[in-house]
Structures are given as structure tokens and as C-alpha cells.
Design a protein around this ligand. Structure first.
Ligand SMILES: NC(=O)c1ccc[n+]([C@@H]2O[C@H](COP(=O)([O-])OP(=O)(O)OC[C@H]3O[C@@H](n4cnc5c(N)ncnc54)[C@H](OP(=O)(O)O)[C@@H]3O)[C@@H](O)[C@H]2O)c1
Length: 313
């Protein structure tokens, strides 16, 4: 059933993949796009926006802080997907989105920006933006519009390409940090596959007012297994620099002292949650539906296949 879907964050790394996934399912995409300041968009952004207009994406100019633009964007929309980034001040602006969706009278489903480890599994103050994502679940759950919370554990562009050393944009050439014993499993999914599963759930009554997780079974790997995969593929042998949990905790404490280091802090906190605490090892709360089981006809990319992107053939 084709729907009109408002997408927040369409120019972002995950959001642009939702544009493709929504179009593949025959939906009409409305994108809320911020104006660039200064001299206008850089060429990469310009090309992206041109591809949107070539592909029939409808643009509404505005932002999450601009309620009038949100009302225009929500007007007539059947569903809303938010791919706003995890900066706490950005995430929090989704409160305006929940209100606008509720006011619209047309929006019947919202997928807020979650797309990580299910933040209900974190303890308080373990992952800063996780606390906020958990808080926002309450806001969406009570906004009067049906909601689906999508949990992806690690997106492969961040976790597979970096071999688990979050922050690296590609596998390193010489050495890799291994956290703890390197034997805790963590599941990853290619971001384009995450978008395809999520878009399927968007119109599925089974996912209404539910938490859903994407845990493709073949992508549940330890950090050592991930590094082994890369070494076998590339022929490179990496020095494995063991970072014990106490060292990682000291790093987290030190990063927390400096507000300018917030992105690095978030990465260190996520590394701990994944590779030490095992919060993305396939465990799930009883109310969670797993989407690779629910939609077995969606073919997902294996981590090994994803690594081919980093290996010149
Ligand atoms: N599980 C994982 O491994 C993983 C990895 C990465 C991300 N994520 C999650 O995925 C989600 C999306 O993250 P991302 O990395 O794709 O983010 P991103 O690349 O930084 O993109 C953020 C998007 O939000 C838009 N935006 C920012 N502020 C806005 C505002 N006030 N109003 C309207 N739009 C605004 C940006 O627009 P402009 O282009 O105008 O700036 C951009 O399109 C987050 O929930 C994040 O935590 C998960």
C-alpha cells in the first residue's frame, strides 16, 4: 500500500538510504530539508538534492525547530520517519515532530530516530544519547500516533568498516584496538538493509506500537572474528592492541570532562556497551519483534560482503 511518508534527515548518512528504501516500496517521499547557511550547499549536498528532485522526492524547506514548517510537512502525510542524528539537542527537537504529527490528523505511524542498541538495555548515564533516546520513547508512545521503535545494534558503515574501533572510516593498515577479550558478540546490519527492514515495518500492523530489532543471525560476530574476516580478505595482518575494560572506563571518564570531546565520548561509551557489556549480542526484551525473522524474504548483506567495499579487488 503506497503511502506519503515524511522523512526527517534525508540528507544524512542513514536518511538518504531511507529515500531509496521508501521509493523501492512505492511510497511518495516528502523530505524536510534545512536551508544551507552562507554561500549555499556544497557540491555533494547539491548533487544529493538534485537526485532527490530527479527521483520525485517532494521538498519542504524548514527544520525541526520551525513548527510552521513541520505542520506543512506533516500535512497529508500518512507516516513519518526520523533519521535525525544523535546530537542530544537535535534528538530532543523530535518533541516538536511528535506534536506536529499528532496535530496533523493524517499521520498514522511514526518511526523516531533510534537505530542503535535498544536504549532500554543501557543503565542510566552509560550512553548519554541513549538516555535521551529512551526518554523520547515515552514522548512518542504518548503522542497519540502509533509508533515503531527500530533498533539496529551496529550499522555496518560505522562498525564493520572500522573493525569495531568506532571512529575509523576504514580498516586500519597496521594496528587495531581490541576491547576486553574480543570475544563478545555484536550484531551489525548494512544501513541500506536496516532501511529496507524498517520501511517494511512502517506499514506492517504487527509492528504497530512495538519495538522491533534487526539482528541478522549471520552478522553476529565477535571483534576477533570481524578482524579475522578482514585479514583473510585483505592479506593484511594487524597488531591487536588490547584495551582492557578499566582502560576504556578511564578513557570515558577523561572524555566526559571535556564538552568538546562529546562525539569521542559517545563512541567510547558505545564501544563499551557493544564489546564489553554485550548489549547488542542478540539479547532482546520480551516485547521486541526481530525483523530478519519476520521478513525472511529480505536478503541481507553479510559483514564479509560489506568488507569488500574496503578492499580493492
Ligand atoms: N547503530 C549505529 O551504528 C549508528 C551509526 C550511525 C548513526 N546511527 C543513528 O542513526 C540516526 C541517524 O544518524 P546519521 O549518522 O545518519 O546522522 P547524520 O548523517 O548526521 O544526518 C543527520 C540528518 O539530520 C538533519 N538535521 C539535523 N538537524 C536538523 C534539524 N534541526 N531539523 C531538520 N533536520 C535536521 C541533517 O540535515 P543537514 O543535512 O541539513 O545537516 C541530516 O540530514 C541517529 O539516530 C544515529 O544515532 C546509528
Amino acid at each position: 500500500m503506497s503511502q506519503r511518508v515524511l522523512l526527517i534527515g534525508a540528507t544524512g548518512r542513514l536518511g538518504r538510504l531511507f529515500v531509496d528504501a521508501l521509493r523501492e516500496e512505492g511510497h511518495t517521499v516528502v523530505a524536510l530539508i534545512r536551508h544551507e547557511e552562507g554561500d549555499g550547499a556544497n557540491s555533494h549536498r547539491r548533487q544529493l538534492l538534485e537526485s532527490f528532485s530527479r527521483n520525485g522526492v517532494m521538498i519542504v524547506h524548514g527544520g525541526l525547530e520551525d513548527e510552521a514548517s513541520l505542520d506543512r510537512a506533516c500535512s497529508g502525510a500518512d507516516a513519518v520517519v526520523s533519521c535525525i542524528d544523535h546530537r542530544p539537542d537535535h534528538l530532543r527537537l523530535q518533541v516538536n515532530l511528535a506534536e506536529a504529527a499528532s496535530r496533523s490528523g493524517s499521520v498514522r505511524r511514526i518511526l523516531p530516530s533510534q537505530f542503535g542498541i535498544d536504549s532500554r538495555l543501557y543503565g542510566d548515564a552509560r550512553v548519554d544519547h541513549g538516555d535521551l533516546k529512551r526518554e523520547l520513547q515515552q514522548v512518542f508512545a504518548t503522542c497519540g500516533v502509533a509508533v515503531t521503535f527500530v533498533h539496529t545494534n551496529g550499522l555496518a558503515n560505522e562498525w564493520v568498516g572500522s573493525l569495531g574501533q568506532l571512529g575509523l572510516s576504514a580498516p586500519p593498515r597496521e594496528a587495531i584496538e581490541v576491547y576486553g577479550d574480543g570475544i563478545v558478540q555484536f550484531s551489525t546490519v548494512a544501513p541500506e538493509d536496516a532501511a529496507r527492514y524498517a520501511v517494511r515495518a512502517l506499514t506492517d500492523g504487527q509492528a504497530e506500537n512495538r519495538h522491533v530489532a534487526i539482528v541478522p543471525p549471520d552478522n553476529l560476530l565477535t571483534q576477533h572474528e570481524l578482524i579475522d574476516l578482514w585479514e583473510a580478505k585483505s592479506g593484511v595482518r594487524l597488531r591487536r592492541l588490547v584495551v582492557p575494560s578499566q582502560t576504556l572506563d578511564a578513557r570515558i571518564d577523561s572524555l566526559a570532562q571535556d564538552p568538546a570531546k562529546r562525539p569521542q565520548l559517545a563512541m567510547a561509551q558505545l564501544v563499551r556497551a557493544a564489546w564489553i557489556d554485550g548489549l547488542g549480542d542478540g539479547r532482546r526484551l520480551p516485547d521486541v519483534i526481530e525483523l530478519s525473522q519476520l521478513y525472511p524474504n529480505i536478503r541481507y548483506r553479510r559483514a564479509s560482503e560489506y568488507l569488500d567495499r574496503y578492499h580493492p579487488h
